[in-house]
Structure formats: C-alpha cells, structure tokens
Design a protein around this ligand. Sequence first.
Ligand SMILES: Nc1ncnc2c1ncn2[C@@H]1O[C@H](COP(=O)(O)OP(=O)(O)O)[C@@H](O)[C@H]1O
Ligand SMILES: [Mg+2]
Length: 165
Amino acid sequence: MKYCVADGDAMRALGEALAGVFRAGDLVILSGGLGAGKTTLVQGIGAGLDVRGQVASPTFIISRVHEPRAAGPVLVHVDAYRLGSLEELDHLDLDASTDEAVTVVEWGEGKAEALAEGHALITIDRPRGALMPEEDPAAGDRAVTITTVGDSWKGRAWPVGGWTA
Ligand SMILES: Nc1ncnc2c1ncn2[C@@H]1O[C@H](COP(=O)(O)OP(=O)(O)O)[C@@H](O)[C@H]1O
Ligand SMILES: [Mg+2]
C-alpha cells in the first residue's frame, strides 16, 4: 500500500485507520528519518486502538506500554534509535507481551524483524524533489509505503481514503 499524507493531522488519521487493520501479535516496523512523522503515526494508531496514555517521542524511555481502555490489544511503542542491536531489544523482554500486543518499533528496520514471524514495514519518505517550506521545515507531503512479510498479513483490507496515493 502507498499513501500520500499532507500534514500531521492526516498522518494521525492514517494511523487511526491502520489501527483497524492491526491485530494482537502484530509487529509493525517504522522507517524514516528524524521528523518524518513516525511518532505522529503512532499517535494515530494509539487513538485507533483506544489506548491509555499519551503516545510521545521518548527521550530516555525506550519502550512504553499503552493499555487499552476497553477490549483490544495493548500498544507497545518502542523507539529503537538508541538500540544498537537485536540483543538489546531482546533484553527489553518484549516477546513476553508481543502475543497480546500490537508492537510498533520506530527505527526498527534491520533490528526488530526477529521479534515476530512476520511484520509490516512502514516507510515514511519525503517525495523526491519536495521543497521544504522555509517557515516550517517539518511541513510537506510524506509518502507512506507499507510492505508486509509473513502469512498472517495476507488478505488484510488496507484502508483506502484521502491519504491513498
Ligand atoms: N505530512 C506530514 N506527515 C507527518 N508529519 C508531518 C507532516 N507534515 C508536517 N508534519 C510534522 O512533522 C513532525 C513529525 O514529527 P514526529 O512524528 O515526531 O517524527 P519522527 O517520530 O519520525 O521523528 C510533526 O511535528 C508533524 O506535525
Ligand atoms: Mg519519533
């Protein structure tokens, strides 16, 4: 799937829609540079899963567990930026909870894949040639591309809507 996302609110809306596709046990890996919109997307996923607590960019906290308000999976939000290796991720003891959780790992590409049998990789890019508006360097379209690995992801109905490229 590929989506074109105009601003932060649209990124949150996309996350909310994607939350409807995710299930307990899913591993979702987010790739994209600093300020790409990874945490913004996770905020939307958190809203869609209706979990407690504010999804934030963790400065010192590497992983955070957000419990659901009602029935539904837990959201485990990991920022792997400071983690060098999978061994360090393993030490966080994430696998203990991954069966009941939707686990979303920022900066997880090349580090987090082994946490589950399969995963969804969500890559957030600025389209080539996009201009950075001077007044707000963070503004501008993002291209969001989702690829999946593993049988459990087959046949899922990805959202189509205002963000679809
Ligand atoms: N199209 C867009 N998609 C996502 N975020 C955007 C977009 N345009 C502007 N932004 C802004 O860019 C910033 C992205 O920050 P953040 O989600 O923390 O990035 P990351 O976690 O990838 O470092 C936010 O301030 C957000 O409002
Ligand atoms: Mg972030």
